[in-house]
Design a protein around this ligand. Structure first.
Ligand code: SF4
Length: 330
């Protein structure tokens, strides 16, 4: 690990300002991803700003009937919160599907959003990787790419974003709130928070230097049954091959509204509002739902080893829709 300096911030404004006072500064909270990356010298910050004592660990209801989640709320605390479990079960389920109990006890809401890809080549410093070392190439294209993206890829990078929590937040239309070093506060809809790789896969989010995530807000939950289903190689402690977050309202024989977000398929939680709209009015019998699911993920393509993800994601969605409409989707 490279040497670095460290300070403990005492206020959000002080933390944000400190992050632009020195070169190559990173915020650290739970550190569950950053410390691994520092040990591998993939992340080599010269300065760490510890934000653990900023008081951003509160969950509270908003005047609009939603929820305000501090950036430092631990994943386990968020999953266990009664308001989350009762009103946002898709979020509780997604959180509990992620990582391990020990990691969830440390990992924070803000850090979960910002975790880096689990592409094998990103973690192997002997291999070319445009995300780790811009301009060096992408070892995954033409390499072993079983866990890689099938949507939103570029010639520079085909990595996926690993967060389960972010997929649930995408289907819930969360907003990420930030503080700039100049004191400005920004509200970034989660739909605009992540970047596709394009020519700059090292740029992963809309955040600018020194911009500190302070909290995330969830609007009042929409009507409908909330589900999160994750398909992975092991029953626990594994990243999603594909996952589906869904909020589906059915009225007898008809789907009245639906929101779907996919994980494990792109560099961001993937949502297609046009596809959501196409579900409205669909029949709730299994054949109809599975037929519609076969049209999800328009434009998806694999890179060889991950070709299976396209049918896997559609079949997972089909099972989720059948379950949401009250039938056995197992
Ligand atoms: Fe690097 Fe992205 Fe290619 Fe993986 S897919 S090797 S993260 S450039």
């Amino acid at each position: 690990m490279k040497q670095f300096t460290y300070e403990r911030a005492t206020s959000p404004a002080g933390a944000s300002r400190a992050a632009v006072m020195q070169r190559r500064t990173r915020f650290i909270a739970g550190g569950t991803n950053l410390l691994d990356l520092m040990k591998l010298e993939i992340e080599t910050p010269e300065h760490l700003v510890d934000i653990n004592r900023l008081g951003l660990d509160v969950i509270e209801e908003t005047a609009e009937g939603g929820l305000r989640i501090g950036a430092l709320v631990r994943n386990s605390d968020l999953a266990a919160d009664l308001r989350v479990r009762e009103r946002y079960p898709v979020l509780a389920r997604a959180l509990l599907a992620g990582a391990s109990g020990q990691l969830r006890n440390k990992a924070t809401t803000g850090g979960n959003l910002l975790q880096r890809t689990r592409c094998y080549y990103f973690y192997d410093t002997a291999m070319p990787c445009n995300k780790r070392n811009p301009g060096s190439g992408c070892a995954a294209i033409g390499g072993f790419n079983r866990i890689h993206a099938i949507l939103g890829t570029s010639e520079s990078c085909i990595a996926t974003h690993p967060s389960d929590m972010a997929v649930a937040m995408r289907v819930l239309d969360a907003t990420v709130h930030t503080l700039m070093p100049n004191g400005e506060e920004h509200a970034i809809p989660i739909a605009d928070f992540y970047r596709l790789p394009g020519d700059t896969p090292q740029v992963e989010t809309a955040l600018r230097p020194g911009e500190l995530i302070t909290h995330v807000t969830l609007p009042s939950p929409p009507a409908g049954r909330q589900l999160y289903r994750k398909v992975r190689d092991r029953a626990s402690y594994a990243f999603a091959l594909v996952s589906v977050a869904a909020i589906v309202a059915c009225d007898g024989d008809t789907v009245t509204s639906a929101r779907i977000a996919f994980g494990g398929v792109a560099a961001m939680p993937w949502r297609d509002e046009a596809f959501d709209a196409s579900l409205q009015g669909a029949g709730t019998d299994e054949a109809s739902l599975r037929a519609i699911a076969d049209h999800a993920l328009a434009g998806a393509r694999g890179f060889g080893h991950n070709d299976f993800k396209v049918p896997l994601a559609r079949r997972t969605l089909g099972a989720v829709l059948v379950e949401a409409c009250g039938r056995d989707g197992a």
